[in-house]
Write a protein that binds this ligand. Structure first.
Ligand code: S3P
Length: 449
């Protein structure tokens, strides 16, 4: 189906005030459906993110035999097929815009004796799949992928699963929770012990949830690397899960409230898993006023309410070591940096080039178009901030978002802190991760955004 873009202008709308709860965590939502589908019996999930990406995972699991339904009160029910129980789907699995659906489901399928075609939208079809094809091939799966730019292997592709698959020890060549999770999910239906070595820690939701469902997972540390050993073919027990709010969605409101004078906004139920919460520390180091209220646990994950008040920001050099803990938050951090006093320097961001868009190039172009001063290097951006002066905004240009939800929402935040407003070419991808973003923004600003 041809995609019809939906342009939108975001204008200054006054301070952000009041209290909101952002939708469920996208990473945790995908995993709750996937592991629910691998358990025998009924898993119940509340707070599931009902964004297009997660719905793509639900549709894929249904097509492979899981029974997944939603009750009117918003609770999701997953009747799993058990480890090893996936059925051959009747048609191609369409992952839409979702890299997480693509890579996690490829892992899951790789150790089942079924053959599955995977497709996705124009953005997903450009993203590299070799990073999961490599380890899953070592486990015995075979692939026929489409050739991408620079010799990459891309969607659409055909995966022939291996049964039985071979357990491997795999050292991640890049910090990617999707690759780690793909190997662990393939390891579920593999006899013996599948081992992933993670030199740089990435989000650990898969490990936490696998344990919660009763899998045997042994995690140790050696020379700074995490070694994760999964014992294959467990009988997973169905769970009652509550998905915490997504820190990556909260990020847009945290930065917006920080930038817009007079703001005082509370964001409830935000996931604060240390492998995800890097943005809060970086913004605080820049001078942000973010208070953590009522720290608690929800669904085996740390959670807090965040009270964010406007504060002037100063540019900093961002330590590349924090990158994995805020990898999806850089687009909106760049907006914060564009309004800070002085220069913000970021490095170690090569992975941003293979997200829903090339987020370094896309954000450099977007920020320049609204009057910011940006230099792009191979692995980062250097941004010279305005010191609080509003950005000019888009005059006759429309920001190109390249089917990337986080670019659209980041530039919406830039619009709130601009003189003339910011027009983005397409807000429809926002529905992949945060369908109610625009209505929530209007609800916390007195004037229409
Ligand atoms: C995700 C991992 C990250 C992140 C993505 C979600 C996950 O991707 O950018 O939005 O749920 O595992 P990488 O594994 O490519 O870093």
């Amino acid at each position: 189906m041809p995609h019809t873009p939906s342009p939108q202008t975001f204008r200054p709308a006054g301070p952000l005030r009041g209290s909101i709860a952002v939708p469920g965590d996208k990473s945790i939502s995908h995993r709750s459906l996937i592991l629910g589908a691998m358990a025998v019996g009924e898993t119940r999930v509340s707070g599931l993110l009902e964004g297009e990406d997660v719905l793509a995972t639900a549709a894929a699991l249904r097509a492979m035999g899981a029974d997944i339904t939603r009750e009117d009160d918003g609770t999701w029910h997953v009747h799993g097929v058990g480890v090893g129980g996936l059925l051959q789907p009747a048609s191609a699995i369409d992952c839409g815009n979702s890299g997480t659906s693509a890579r996690l489901l490829m892992g899951l399928v790789a150790s089942h004796g079924i053959t599955v075609s995977f497709t996705g939208d124009a953005s997903l079809s450009k993203r590299p799949m070799g990073r999961v094809i490599d380890p899953l091939s070592l486990m015995g799966a075979s692939f026929t992928a489409s050739p991408g730019a620079n010799g990459t292997q891309c969607f659409p592709l055909m995966l022939e699963g291996a049964h039985p698959a071979v357990p491997i020890t795999y050292r991640l060549p890049m910090p990617s929770a999707q690759v780690k999770s793909a190997v662990l999910l393939a390891g579920l239906n593999t006899p013996g012990i599948t081992t992933v070595i993670e030199p740089v820690p990435t989000r650990d939701h898969s490990e936490r949830m696998l344990r919660g469902f009763g899998a045997q997972l042994d995690i140790t540390e050696e020379d700074g690397a995490r070694i994760i050993r999964l014992t294959g073919q467990p009988e997973l027990q169905p769970q009652d899960l509550t998905v915490p709010g997504d820190p990556s969605s909260a990020a847009f409101f945290i930065v917006a409230a920080t930038l817009v004078e007079g703001s005082d906004l509370t964001i409830r139920n935000v996931g604060m898993n240390p492998t995800r919460a890097g943005l809060v520390g970086v913004l605080r180091a820049m001078g942000a006023d973010i208070e953590e209220l009522e720290p608690r646990e929800v669904g085996g994950e740390p959670v807090a309410d965040l009270r964010v008040r406007h504060a002037a920001l100063k540019g900093i050099e961002v330590d590349p070591a924090v990158v994995p803990s805020m990898v999806d938050e850089f687009p909106v951090l760049f907006v914060a940096a564009a309004l800070a006093e002085g220069t913000t320097l970021t490095r170690g961001l090569d992975e941003l080039r293979v997200k829903e868009s090339d987020r370094l190039a896309t954000m450099a172009a977007a920020l320049e178009a609204v009057g910011a001063r940006v230099e792009e290097s191979e692995d980062g951006l250097t941004i010279h901030g305005t010191g609080g002066e509003p950005l000019r905004g888009t005059a006759n240009a429309r920001i190109k978002t390249h089917l990337d939800h986080r670019i659209a929402m980041s530039m919406a935040v830039a619009g709130l802190a601009s003189r003339d407003g910011v027009e983005v070419d397409d807000v429809s991808p926002i529905a992949t991760s945060f369908p109610r973003f625009e209505s929530m923004l209007s609800a916390v600003t007195p004037r229409p955004a």
